[in-house]
Design a protein around this ligand. Structure first.
Ligand SMILES: Cc1cc2nc3c(=O)[nH]c(=O)nc-3n(C[C@H](O)[C@H](O)[C@H](O)COP(=O)(O)O)c2cc1C
Length: 397
């Protein structure tokens, strides 16, 4: 096993079947928020987003739960993503006469009910039989946008048919540009509203190596076929895996944006930006939006928290394109903090993956409602009637 290749495939959304899926049982492991001592036994008793961790754990095979929950190497970036939000303090002004704030906003011209969107998350059919179809329905009911991973394990047409809500397609680039081109056309035809190009590749998670985490053959076969690769049902599992290893372009440069711009009129976002010079290059390439992200601490460990990188990037971008953020958003106050530091909206990954595993569409809807209610409370407590009133004066330092 070439660990480097393995890691790169993980970057493409969950190893995509480099190894056979394990039939692991639910062993006890530390989860992300180990200090959490109020884990509920039922969906009904869940009061906060992280309550879904224990619920997801009780539903999933150990390997799948850990695929969702863990981070890269020593998980320092994973922990820092959450801790950096916790350390950022709010200093709300008093008596501003706000009782019913309006949390709605727009992102790339699309109105959403509140500034929380679903990040692209691979492998959703492994978390729940309805997979991305359930998540898409929940996002549409909540009036927000769903980012749909290339590796979600449902085809773009299936996800499009599941709901009429706004969707952005997250592209991992096939090496075969004919396949890539056809995929982009299908995304357009299916009515997606934007394309997110994820450029921070290189997922490296000890738990996935330990668990030999992989996608079952039927899902891997469907996935590659859905993307448009010429696979055949007669391929052995090893052949499929080898094909998969060679399918993706892991050596992209900034020119990829020129290629993509020639294929589509849809807005293009870049996901994975942490450096101002990269934000500048992305703008020079004509991107329509930037997602500040460290891939939820799943990629290169010891990278800084996204929320720490946000102010410098917002300053560099200086309003030329919209800036969004993900990684570590767990509470409504985190949403307020990200907006105060200049993000237009945030995306959540693990929170809805846990909820999907725990209770399908209803679980994702419940998590989105929790974010909505907590954010509205944070706005009211900070005296902000609209999201436009949220600024850095609300934060300490
Ligand atoms: C299980 C899982 C799978 C993911 N798959 C993808 C993917 O296919 N493409 C992508 O761009 N990001 C992927 N991500 C990263 C998310 O889009 C997002 O950047 C990250 O989850 C945000 O951090 P959070 O989990 O702390 O909210 C994945 C994240 C998780 C948890």
């Amino acid at each position: 096993m070439n660990r480097r290749v393995f890691a790169q495939l993980l970057a493409l959304g969950g190893s995509l079947g480099l190894l056979p899926a394990t039939a692991a049982q639910n062993n006890e492991t530390d989860d992300e928020e180990s200090a959490d001592d109020s884990k509920p036994n039922t969906i009904e008793s869940a009061v906060k987003v992280t309550d879904f961790i224990a619920l997801a754990k009780s539903k999933l095979p150990k390997a799948t739960f850990e695929y969702i929950t863990t981070g890269s190497c020593n998980e320092l970036t994973l922990a820092e993503n959450v801790a950096a939000f916790e350390r950022t303090q709010v200093l709300p002004p008093l008596l501003r006469g706000v009782s019913k704030p309006d949390p709605s906003t727009t992102v790339l011209g699309q109105k959403i009910r509140f500034p929380v969107m679903l990040a692209p998350v691979a492998g959703q059919r492994m978390f729940h039989p309805q997979g991305a179809l359930a998540a898409a329905r929940a996002a549409a009911s909540a009036d927000t946008i769903m980012g749909v991973s290339s590796s979600v394990l449902n085809s773009v047409e299936e996800v499009a048919a599941a709901s009429s809500g706004p969707k952005w397609f997250q592209l991992y680039m096939p090496k075969n540009r004919t396949v890539a081109k056809q995929l982009v056309k299908r995304v357009e035809q299916a009515g997606f509203n934007a394309i997110i190009l994820t450029v921070d590749l290189g997922e490296w998670k000890d738990s996935d190596h330990r668990n030999k985490f992989g996608v079952p053959k039927d899902m891997l076969y469907k996935h590659l076929k859905d993307i448009g690769f010429p696979v055949t049902p007669k391929m052995t599992f090893d052949e499929l895996v080898n094909f998969n290893i060679n399918a993706w372009d892991l050596g992209m440069t900034w020119e990829i944006f020129d290629w993509l711009r020639n294929q589509t009129k849809l807005p293009i976002l870049i996901k994975g930006v942490l450096r101002p010079d990269d934000a500048e290059k992305a703008i020079a390439k004509g991107v329509n939006g930037i997602v500040v992200s460290n891939h939820g601490g799943r990629r290169l460990d010891t990278m800084p928290a996204s929320i720490h990188r946000l102010p410098e990037i917002v300053k560099t971008v200086d309003g030329r394109v919209e800036v969004m953020l993900d990684s570590g958003v767990r509470r409504g106050t985190d949403v307020l903090k990200a907006l105060a530091l200049g993000a237009k909206a945030v995306l959540i990954g693990r929170p809805y993956a846990w909820a999907l595993a725990a209770n399908g569409e209803a679980g994702v809807a419940q998590v989105l409602q929790m974010f909505h209610d907590e954010f509205v409370n944070a706005m009211a407590s900070s005296g902000c009637q609209t999201v436009a009133e949220i600024d850095s004066s609300l934060l300490v330092g």
